[in-house]
Ligand binder design. Sequence first.
Ligand SMILES: Cc1cc2nc3c(=O)[nH]c(=O)nc-3n(C[C@H](O)[C@H](O)[C@H](O)COP(=O)(O)OP(=O)(O)OC[C@H]3O[C@@H](n4cnc5c(N)ncnc54)[C@H](O)[C@@H]3O)c2cc1C
Length: 381
Amino acid sequence: MTVSHWQQAEQEEREVDFLVVGAGLAGCTAAYIAERAHKRDVVITDARDVALGASGRNAGFMISGLDTFYHRAIECYGHKTAREVWAMSERSFQLWRGFIENSPFDVPIDNCGSMLLAETEEEAKELELAARALDEDKIAIEYYSRDPLRRGYLAGIEQPLDAGVQPYLLVKSILAQGGAEFIPNNELYRLEQNGAYVRVYTRKVIFKAQYVMLCTNAYSPNIDAYFVGKVLPTRAQCLVTEPLEHIPVPYCGYSDYGYMYYRSTFDGRFLLGGGRQHFRDEEDDTVEDRLNPKVQAFLDDYLKKYFPDVEAPVAHRWSGIMGFSSDGLPLAGTLPGRSRIGFAVGFTGHGLALAGATAERAVDKLLNGASAGAVDACRFE
Ligand SMILES: Cc1cc2nc3c(=O)[nH]c(=O)nc-3n(C[C@H](O)[C@H](O)[C@H](O)COP(=O)(O)OP(=O)(O)OC[C@H]3O[C@@H](n4cnc5c(N)ncnc54)[C@H](O)[C@@H]3O)c2cc1C
């Protein structure tokens, strides 16, 4: 985005202490932590409104860990990092549960656990290895060597501490509890650090901020070149049926290595998402919020194959843009050479597991220089 010479006349200039850009899960949590735990005076702003990005469009699965099976995470990042990231998802859940308990709204949450399911023999073997690695780390799970749902899957791992939440209301509730001033419809289009403050150019206001925290996830590469190649925009698609008379799956269900996901909504509908793995040319590297008929047709076929009993018509379809990180771990840090501009981005489809704890660490890093541990973006330097 740019702002024309004529529009500039309407831009007020304003000094702020701590500015958060992006009012999704990460931004609202960062604003809350900066205001309440660090006693900063926080303003939060968004190009649109609260939770209109991925945070208000996701399936609401609070599923622990990364988007890869646990033993694969150990192979890829090392045991210490895999364990630490798992603990970060536990911390995020603790934050969400606290926000829900103290919420001014009634935020629905279902402590139903999750069930990872295998569609092929190869995936079943992977699940068994994942189950073994989780058991060795004393993480509560139940492994099934047969399909616990009797729907044609081959094996399953139940994670009883996972849950399903209404994500849009959760984010609105975090914003409401934070106490920060919120400025919607205010896109950031440029920012620069001048010594001990940051000049932030947004559509309505030119801020002079002590600290800035970017929580712009998939959209971050449009804001600063630092994020190009590190945060990769990726589209995801969902559908939801009309209300059903039965509950087809009593958990948050996942299959095909997590690419497919399904659950019952709080008003008795069936939600199904995924399918992008078959259409990467069209679904990767885009910030366009639009339905892809091929992905939606794949979802329709999946529904018929595994859930033939779900006969209610599809009521609604939607898409959303996720920010995948290039190495699969979230990024918390400050921009190189610009220590007053922090960020918490790149949740790789697992923001409900990782955005809370990452935002918390990112604020601590920005204000106190503390390491963000496994998710510290200094690993790219
Ligand atoms: C269909 C779908 C299903 C998903 N399912 C799950 C799930 O079940 N479980 C799970 O854990 N995760 C899921 N995810 C991923 C999860 O939603 C994200 O990881 C999480 O919401 C990221 O939160 P965020 O705050 O970083 O990003 P966002 O919610 O995208 O927030 C970024 C904000 O930045 C704002 N912004 C961007 N650029 C600018 C700018 N220039 N100026 C001002 N503001 C700007 C945007 O408007 C937006 O509000 C899913 C995602 C999708 C799309």
